[in-house]
Design a protein. Structure first.
Length: 218
C-alpha cells in the first residue's frame, strides 16, 4: 500500500473540533449549529408520521425496528420504507419506517442529521445493509471519498513507467493531498519535489507552496 495509512483519515486544518450543540431552554435542539446538508438542509423534515407500535411488517418477515444505531431518533419525521428492498444482516430486522436521526460526526465532532430520505436512498436504492452506520457528516464523507479517489489514482500513477507532464502534475497533486490528510506513515515529500522539478514553474507554483508547508510540518 506504499506506506499509506488507510485505517483512519483526518481532514485537514480547517476541520476544527467543536463541542456538541446544546439544547435550548425549551428542550428543542438548536439545529442552526448543525452541519448543513446540501440537499436536505439543517433542520428535521417534519412529516407528522411517528409510528411507535412494534408489529410484523408482513407474514414471515421480522418485526419492525427503527434504525437508531447511528443516532437519536427525532419524532414526527418518519417516512415509509420498502422492506422488500432492504438488505438484512445479522440481528437487524426489516424496518417499516425511517426517521431523521441526530448524529455526531466521528471526524469533526459536529452535530448533523442523517435524514430519513437519505436512509431510504442508502438502504433501498444503493443496497447498503441496515447495519451500515452513518458515522460522518456529509462534508467529511465527501472529503473522505475524494481522498479515496486520489489514493487510488496515486497508486495507479505509481505503476506508470514514464509519466507525461500532465500525469506528473496529477501525481504530485494527489500525493500532496494525501500528505496534508496525514495518510502517509512517511510523507514522500522528496518524490513530490522530483515530480515538480519536471514541470514548468508557472504550472506548479501553487503545488510548491503546498509542498513547503508540508515539509515544515514534517
Amino acid at each position: 500500500m506504499l506506506g499509506v495509512r488507510v485505517n483512519r483519515y483526518r481532514m485537514g486544518e480547517d476541520m476544527t473540533r467543536k463541542k456538541k450543540t446544546r439544547a435550548t431552554r425549551d428542550g428543542a435542539a438548536n439545529y442552526r449549529g448543525f452541519r448543513e446538508h446540501p440537499r436536505y438542509g439543517q433542520a428535521p423534515r417534519i412529516t407528522g408520521l411517528n409510528p411507535v407500535e412494534v408489529r410484523p411488517i408482513a407474514p414471515g418477515m421480522p418485526i419492525i425496528n427503527f434504525i437508531e444505531h447511528s443516532g437519536q431518533r427525532i419524532p414526527n419525521t418518519a417516512i415509509q420504507a420498502d422492506a422488500a428492498k432492504q438488505k438484512l444482516v445479522g440481528p437487524f430486522g426489516a424496518v417499516s419506517h425511517y426517521f431523521d436521526l441526530h448524529c455526531v460526526c466521528s471526524n469533526c465532532e459536529l452535530d448533523f442529521l442523517f435524514f430519513a430520505e437519505e436512509q431510504k436512498h442508502w438502504y433501498e436504492d444503493l443496497g447498503l445493509s441496515l447495519d451500515k452506520q452513518c458515522e460522518y457528516c456529509v462534508v467529511c464523507r465527501h472529503r473522505y471519498q475524494t481522498l479515496k479517489q486520489k489514493h487510488r489514482r496515486y497508486e495507479e500513477l505509481c505503476r506508470v513507467s514514464t509519466l507525461s507532464e500532465d500525469e506528473a502534475f496529477e501525481m504530485a497533486d494527489c500525493c500532496l493531498s494525501l500528505i496534508e490528510a496525514t495518510m502517509f506513515l512517511n510523507p514522500p515529500t522528496e518524490r513530490v519535489r522530483m515530480l515538480l522539478n519536471r514541470l514548468p514553474e508557472r504550472r506548479c507554483r501553487k503545488l510548491r507552496k503546498h509542498l513547503r508547508a508540508a515539509e515544515e510540518l514534517a
